[in-house]
Design a protein around this ligand. Sequence first.
Ligand code: G
Ligand code: G
Ligand code: MN
Ligand code: NA
Length: 252
Amino acid sequence: LSMAGEFRAAVRRREISAHYQPVVELATGRCVGAEALARWRRADGSQVSPDVFIPLAERAGLIARVREQVVAAVVRDLGRWLRANAEAHVSINLSASELRSESILQEFEETFRVSGIDCRQIWLEVTETSLIDMAEARPTLVELRRRGHRLAIDDFGTGYSGLSYLQQLRVDILKIDRCFVEVIGSDAATRDVTGLVIALAHQLELDVVAEGVESEAQAAYLRQRGVAYAQGWLFAQPLPADGFLVFWSSQP
Ligand code: G
Ligand code: G
Ligand code: MN
Ligand code: NA
C-alpha cells in the first residue's frame, strides 16, 4: 500500500491522535498549557511526521477529518483537565484550507459546548502563510475569536506575507519561530533580529511564546527580554496525554 493509501485507511479508522507539548511561563517555570500536535503511527509502528502527513491530508481532501480527530483527542485526553484548570489552555494548529471551510464553525461550537470546555481555553494557531488569502480566512477567524478563542500566529516572522495582515485581523499571541531562538548566543546581527521580533510583539501588546527553546542560555535571554511563555526541549518534548498530565502535576 502506498503511504497515501495507508494514510487514507488510517483516517477512516480514526487513528490520528495527538501529543501535547507543555508551554511554560518563563518567569516561574510553571506549565500554563500545551500545544496539541497531530500524530500518526503506521502499521509497522513507525511515526510519520505531521510535516509529511498534514500536506498529504490537504492534497487528499482529508484535512477536516484529521482536524476533527485531533479536536476529539484534545477533548478526550484533556477535557477533564481543562474543566478543572480554568487558566490552562490547549492550542490547536489550523492550516489554510481549514479557514476556508464553514464546517469548522459548527463543529467547534458543538464540540466545545457539549464537552463543557470554555472556548477561551482553546487557542488556535495559524501561520502567516495561511493568512495570505485574508479575504477568505478572516470571517472564520473573526467569528472564532468572537466566541472567545485566542488567535496565535505560528512560526511568526517566517512567512512571506509582510505584516499587513496584523492591520486586518486582531490576534492575541505571536509564537516566535524556532529559527529566531536557535541563533540566540550566536553572532550579534542575527541576535538583534530576535530582539526586534520580540520588541515588535510587545509594541503590538501581544503575548509572546518562544518556540524551540533548547538551552538555559536561550531561556535566560528570552526572560530578560520580557518574553512571557516558551516551549521546547529544555522543558519537555511533545508528550502523550498521560505523560503531559504527569508533567503538569509534578511541577513546583
Ligand atoms: O509534531 P511536530 O512538532 O513535528 O509538528 C510539525 C508541524 O506539523 C508543525 O509545524 C505543526 O504546526 C504541524 N502540525 C502538527 N499538528 C497539526 C495539526 O493538527 N494540524 C495542522 N494543520 N498542522 C499540524
Ligand atoms: O511549527 P510548530 O511550532 O507548530 O511545530 C512544532 C514542532 O517543533 C514540532 O515538530 C516539535 O516536535 C518541534 N519542537 C518542539 N520543541 C522543539 C525544540 O526544542 N527543538 C527542536 N529542534 N524542535 C522542537
Ligand atoms: Mn504550532
Ligand atoms: Na506550525
